[in-house]
Structure formats: structure tokens, C-alpha cells
Write a protein that binds this ligand. Structure first.
Ligand code: APR
Length: 311
């Protein structure tokens, strides 16, 4: 069976680390694209030369030419500027909107059947943009953020309770921003609701840390934003698609009435498989969580409306 072809646009921290994680596993041939000449070529060659050591005989090619991306099964888009201290994800809106527009046009021209995984921030608005520009059906454009936010939430909960992260099940929904909604009512530790093992105060403080999780890293790094956890989340999504896992994961998907939200990309639980977004999963939310999700969707809608003024 031929290997799958995965293109990663943006050879920066997030894109190159995602490419490396996939190359190491060897199940896909990787194309790394960037606008900067030499950068994707250099990183791809360096990665390729790690093959004999890590035991990967996949190919990884760096390029500035979208012709090399032709026929990709999955295209991950990470190109754009990242946050610096003091910036919100929304501050990236107009710059990254232009980048996502041109990149999406080039990608779909060469890979008309691909599934697009959008990563560039502000995530939900950029997924909406890529969906509009691509002309793809909604199931073939999906955004990465919920897995990352959920991973942060699970990490903090596991640390607090001194248990393995594998024993914590949680979902963070909503837009990838300050209004994200950690669904505490369905968060469990070893099958027990967290409300039974943690005080309300501690839960609230961990929710707050999760919502500020990206900024916490930006403030430490000072020159860029997170990439180890984001790239791990990307790879989980790519594998769910390539291996048709039908995995239920929190991702940014186009909603048409689900959760009372219409015509908008927002983070919700989806079933991710070979067709991309196979289904939006309906969770029973509490009234408060439903209201928070609406509030988060409104924050995304505001960004989408700003973008509309500039297009
Ligand atoms: N086409 C291709 N690549 C581009 C373009 C473009 N039009 N514009 C910028 N790039 C490339 C840059 O040259 C850079 O190599 O995108 C890369 C971005 O890399 P970083 O600056 O390291 O940013 P990174 O940390 O990878 O974050 C990328 O993902 O998590 C989000 O908020 C983050 O929006 C940001 C994106």
C-alpha cells in the first residue's frame, strides 16, 4: 500500500514539530512548505537525515512550490504569525487572514480532495476563512484546538490529583480563546466526576489556568507560542483521519444548528475519520455550560464579522 501524503504548510515551530512527529512514525510521506526560501528545505533535509537513526524510511521534502504538495491526503495549515507577550490570539486576525486566504487557494488547487486541518490562530476564525476560500464541503475543513485545550486541562487536573493524565477524561469546547468552555460536568477522574474529588475553588482555578494556558507559555518563551502540545494534537487528528479511527475528539467544526449555533466554526466534540468530520456529537450540557458555549460562539462570530469587512 502506498504511504499517505501529508503536507504541512508553515515550517515554523508548530509545523516543523508536527512534521517531525509524523516523520518519526514513518506512516506518511511529508511535504513541508513555507514562504521563506531555504527554511523548509533545510528542516526537511535535516529531518530526513535522522531517518537512519530513528528507523524511518518515509520521505520528507521541503519546498516553496505548491506543485510539490499535489495529491495530498491531508494538509495541515500552520502558516502565519504567532503571539508574543501581551498579544491576544485575536490580535493576529487580519495578518493571518490574508495568509490563510492565499495558502488555502494554493493548497486546494493542487489537492482538491484533501482534508484540511487548520491550526493558525485565531483558530476558529481561520478555519471559517479556509472553509469559505476552499469551497470544500464542511466535513473536509476542521480546526485543531480542543484537543490542545483539553490536554492542558487534563495535565493540570492530573498534577493536582497526583494521578496519571491517562486517568483523566475531559472535554474543552467553544472557541480557542479566553471564552473556551471546559465542560466540568462531564470531566471524570478514574470514572468519578471531578466535583466529587476536588473543591469548586480548585476546579475554578484550574479552569482559569486552562483558559490562559497559551498565554502562560507565551509569557515564558517571550519569542513565540507553544508548539510541543499543539503539534501532538495535530498528529492525533491526522492519524484519526489517515487510519479512519472514528475517534471522538474536541475539534473546531462548522455548525449548522448543533448546540444552537448556526453557520460558524466552533469547538465541539466530533467523530473524526477518513471522511474528516463524520459527525458532530451532542453532549448534554448544563444550562451554564450551554450559555458559556453561546458566549464563546459570539466571540468567534465577532471576528468573522471583522474579517467580512476586509474581504
Ligand atoms: N505561506 C507559507 N508560510 C508562511 C506564510 C505564507 N504565506 N506566511 C508565514 N509563513 C510561515 C513563516 O515563514 C513561519 O516559518 O509560517 C511559519 C510560522 O512559524 P512560527 O513563526 O514559528 O509560528 P508557530 O509557532 O509555528 O505558529 C504558527 O500556529 O499555533 C498557531 O498562533 C500560532 O498562528 C500561529 C501558528
Amino acid at each position: 500500500m502506498p504511504r499517505s501524503k501529508v503536507t504541512v504548510v508553515g515550517a515554523g515551530n508548530v509545523g516543523a514539530t508536527a512534521a517531525q512527529r509524523m516523520f518519526d512514525k514513518g506512516y506518511a510521506d511529508i511535504v513541508l512548505v513555507d514562504i521563506v526560501e531555504g527554511l523548509p528545505q533545510g528542516k526537511a533535509l535535516d529531518m530526513l537525515e535522522s531517518g537512519p537513526v530513528v528507523g524511518s524510511d518515509a520521505s520528507v521534502v521541503g519546498t516553496n512550490d505548491y506543485a510539490d504538495t499535489a495529491g495530498s491526503d491531508v494538509v495541515v495549515i500552520t502558516s502565519g504569525i504567532a503571539r508574543r507577550p501581551g498579544m491576544s490570539r485575536d490580535d493576529l486576525l487580519l495578518t493571518n487572514m490574508n495568509i490563510i486566504t492565499s495558502v488555502t487557494q494554493s493548497v486546494v488547487e493542487h489537492s482538491p480532495d484533501a482534508i484540511l486541518v487548520i491550526v493558525t490562530n485565531p483558530l476558529d476564525a481561520m478555519a471559517q476563512r479556509a472553509f469559505q476560500v476552499s469551497g470544500f464541503p464542511k466535513n473536509r475543513v476542521v480546526g485543531m484546538a480542543g484537543i490542545l485545550d483539553t490536554a492542558r486541562f487534563r495535565t493540570f487536573l492530573a498534577e493536582e490529583l497526583n494521578v496519571s493524565v491517562n486517568s483523566v477524561e475531559a472535554y474543552v469546547l467553544g472557541g480557542h480563546g479566553d471564552t473556551m468552555v471546559p465542560v466540568t460536568a462531564s470531566t471524570t477522574v478514574g470514572g468519578q466526576p471531578i466535583s466529587e474529588v476536588l473543591s469548586q475553588d480548585r476546579i475554578e482555578s484550574i479552569v482559569k489556568r486552562t483558559q490562559d494556558g497559551g498565554a502562560e507559555i507565551v509569557n515564558l518563551l517571550k519569542t513565540g507560542s507553544a508548539y510541543y502540545a499543539p503539534s501532538a494534537a495535530i498528529v492525533q487528528m491526522v492519524e484519526a483521519i489517515l487510519f479512519d479511527r472514528q475517534e471522538i475528539l474536541p475539534c473546531t467544526a462548522y455548525l449548522e444548528g448543533e448546540y444552537g449555533i448556526d453557520g460558524l466554526y466552533v469547538g465541539v466534540p466530533i467523530r473524526l475519520g477518513a471522511g474528516g468530520v463524520e459527525d458532530v456529537i451532542r453532549f448534554n450540557l448544563t444550562d451554564t455550560e450551554q450559555a458559556e458555549l453561546q458566549n464563546s460562539a459570539e466571540a468567534v462570530r465577532e471576528l468573522v464579522e471583522v474579517m467580512a469587512q476586509y474581504s
